[in-house]
Design a protein around this ligand. Structure first.
Ligand code: ADP
Length: 445
């Protein structure tokens, strides 16, 4: 059972490429993503729908009223500030709420409303008069389960008869007891134990089974098998729902084992572009000069919020120190921090408590910078072999579609090598990166 993340070993000093130990920790990225985001991502793309029965009419709703929700739930939805269904919810909700229940596999990037959708489906399907579990929701980690639990609590605020319990390691129940809560949310291992070994849950009474973050789930050893074993204990007519942010072959194979006869909804990720970004570079000779240039920029223009990327933890720590000495309120996000600490830093930054976020690349990958007006590459992004990392460059400073506000990106160049990297990035995107003279800053705005 690995529902609780063991603390990651912290590398001594700095390793060569300054890659954080958990560069592949999808669960941590996903959690950070959830914590920093407090609204929907905008998307112009259309959903692709593949119905189990291609001849049945496809319902899609433009309002929550059309779903004929219980009044307590509609109230909960509106209290969360939702006015209308998100793009994925427009089709997913009618499918999930249909009678008889339909199975669904849905894929869309994080922030498109998947969680809210299946939470609403679970809350709609439970019978509060029955005091036994009716919905199971499995998440890859304890922290992700808690996040979803919070959404259930928020949306079910006016429906207090419906109760929730967490099937997570550490939540020890007395032998022989039967759960009375209608919704159980947890990690696959504990959930499986509660269904089979301890029999706290009668799986035969489950009406809705949700598997969230399938792509993160399959990245953890054992989770796939545990999920499948839970699924096999459920009745034939139980509604199976599976969600994923990405959809590579392995996720798809897993999804098909979990969800028989599925309807499938996919929403393509919005492409990022540099079109609305003014890109500059600044020539320096050392990190001290880069810092001075940064101060000049801060002196010349008003920067609401900025993210500054460094290549190593050491540089990030140093820069954060220097900036604080200059009187800036600085947040530092660094690889040796636990996810919870990082989340707290991100939350403070998101809430505007700090105006500058200094970070290395790896631990900031999940962060959406749409709210940030200025992005500074204190070090340019390079891959392990020292080649330009174009994808990371785009992800750091790019904006999606026509929704992105105009932004400013400033690249610090401090050697012939980094000038070469910059030139190659410029060529790759075929977008001019203009030189900025930080002793004469009239030109930028
Ligand atoms: P996902 O599960 O795809 O990452 P979420 O369900 O967590 O997406 O939704 C992302 C954010 O958007 C959350 O802050 C959520 O409260 C909000 N949200 C979800 N659905 C709606 C909606 N219909 N209208 C407005 N905000 C929404």
């Amino acid at each position: 059972e690995s529902s609780n993340k063991a603390p990651k070993p912290v590398a001594e000093g700095e390793n060569k490429n300054a890659e954080e130990d958990d560069s592949d920790d999808k669960a941590a990225q996903s959690l950070l993503n959830k914590l920093i985001r407090n609204n929907l991502v905008n998307t112009t793309n259309q959903v692709e729908v593949l119905q189990k029965d291609p001849n049945s009419p496809l319902y899609s709703v433009k309002s929550f009223e059309e779903l004929h929700l219980k009044p307590q739930l509609l109230q909960g939805v509106y209290a969360m500030g939702f006015n209308r269904p998100s793009k994925i919810q427009e089709t997913a909700l009618p499918m999930m709420l249909a009678e008889p229940p339909q199975n669904l596999i849905a894929q869309s990037q994080s922030g498109t409303g998947k969680t809210a959708a299946f939470v609403l489906a679970m809350l709609s399907h439970v019978d509060p008069n029955n005091t036994f579990p009716q919905c199971l929701c499995v998440s890859p980690t304890y922290e992700l389960a808690l996040q979803t639990g919070k959404v259930i609590e928020q949306m079910g605020k006016y429906y207090p008869e419906v109760k929730l319990v967490y099937a997570i390691r550490g939540n020890k129940l007395q032998r022989g007891m039967k759960l009375q809560e209608q919704i159980v949310i947890g990690t696959p291992g504990t959930m499986l134990d509660w269904c089979s070994k301890f029999k706290f849950i009668d799986p035969k009474k489950i009406k809705v089974f949700v598997l969230d973050e399938a792509d993160v789930m399959i990245a953890t050893q054992g989770h796939q098998d545990q999920s499948i074993r839970i699924q096999r204990m459920l009745p034939k007519n139980c509604q199976m729902l599976l969600f994923s942010a990405t959809f590579e072959e392995s996720v798809w194979n897993f999804a098909q084992r979990i969800v028989p006869e599925p309807n499938i909804i996919k929403l393509k990720r919005e492409e990022e572009t540099l079109d609305t970004i003014k890109q500059y570079y600044v020539l320096c000779n050392s990190k001290e000069e880069k810092f001075q240039a940064l101060c000049n920029i801060y002196g010349a223009i008003t920067i609401a919020q900025a993210m500054i990327f460094c290549h190593t933890r050491k540089t990030a720590g140093w820069l954060a120190g220097e900036l604080s000495r200059e009187g800036h309120q600085v947040a530092l996000l660094s690889g040796e921090m636990q996810v919870e600490q990082r989340a707290a830093v991100i939350e403070r930054f998101r809430d505007g408590k700090e105006k500058v976020l200094v970070t290395t690349n790896v631990c900031a990958r999940g962060i959406d910078v749409e709210q940030v007006s200025v992005v500074i590459n204190f070090d340019l992004p390079v891959d392990k072999d020292g080649n330009p990392d174009n994808e990371t460059y785009l992800h750091r400073i790019g904006r999606t579609g026509r929704f992105g506000k105009r932004g400013l990106a400033i690249n610090m160049v401090d050697s012939r090598m980094s000038m070469n990297i910059l030139n190659r990035i410029q060529e790759h995107f075929n977008k001019k990166i203009e030189r900025l003279d930080t002793d004469d800053l009239d030109e930028i705005e």
